[in-house]
Design a protein around this ligand. Sequence first.
Ligand SMILES: [Fe+2]
Length: 426
Amino acid sequence: MSSFLSKFCQTARLHSLRFASVATNTNSLTQRFSSPTLRITSVQLKEKELSIQWNNSSTVDLPYVFLRDNCQEPESFDQVARQRLFNPAFTVDLNIRATDAQVNEGGKQLTITWPDGHHSRYKSTWLGRHCIGNTAMSGRLPVETVYWGGDYYDKMPRFDYEMLLEDDRCLLECLLKVESHGLVLIENVGTQLNQVKRFCDRIYYPKPCIYGKGVMKVENKPNASHISLTGVELPLHNDFVYYDYTSGLHILHFIHQVSDPTAGASQFCDGFHVAEVLRERNRAAFDLLSQYPVQFVDAGCDVLGDYDTEAWHNTISVSSNGEITEVNYSNHSRGPHIPSTLMDKLYEWYAAYYELSHLLYLPDYMIEFKIQPGQMVMLNNRRVLHGRSAFKVQGNEYRYGEICYMDWDEIRSKARVLMKKLSLTL
Ligand SMILES: [Fe+2]
């Protein structure tokens, strides 16, 4: 997929970063059951499940209640809206059992007969994509998560701005790379205002927030409510950890920079990678950071008026299968309150927090470079931490950019729409 699309992205430098990559059981399930050549070779009626044998030498047992629940026939499923039509309060039989199952069309279709005479037909590709446990096919885009470290700058996927606006394949490749790597660089944007908005509108729309209704300025302000709008060092962090629903991504365009080569440089770190490193070297510390929530706050005044936000998040969020799903880290936005349940482990928690903080800045994991005027970065705000070195404003020496936020729902929606439009499957 990547190599196919990359032919259309002339400035995109695509790399196969395989080090420290995540190869979960879910991913391997995805690969095994997403092939368009997947066929059913035989089926067997069991007590509670239908056992399906595939031409990839796999066997999957699907419970009858799941198969009946996911009947794709017009009586059960609206063919246009792609939504269920029945009400489980009245029509579900937990102990339903198929009376017959037949493989049709050379293994490309399964037909099940139910006790009331209803027939349900399923395509083999649908069953493969939706077999229980194959959860990677829902939610995130089906690309492999690739962790990166301190040598990422030279390997970072790069895209040409105008091509992203004009070429669907290039845009899709960009969205997939943000999903897999969490950070991409967009070049040749120019230094005109409103380019971030143009790019967001190409996908869906910029997300309003307490700092503005769409596009926000990144510049020094007198009496700023946030240190990101001053010249002091801005430590690595995620934005909007003081929101209950933190922003999915942010897109930052630089229009003017200070000339001092070391001042105002951006720093980025793959939080998922570092969290995984912490889990391997100090499991107790990882568990503390993934079990106890931290208070985050931000209060002040911006163009929309006064604001006062507060939210609590675990520093590391982990899914039920152990996958790291979020890193919530912003030392400057961390509030003073401590959960009462943490009081007897407070020193251990601080030790874990400081260990993570130290790891984030190691050269093995953090990159630092100066975003130049005419460049734009797009990053996964729940995964990639960002910061910048200090700088001074004097005369024509100032730093100015524009930033927009988006949510992953719209990004992934756009990517799926583009995949359908381009008749591509992963
Ligand atoms: Fe930030």
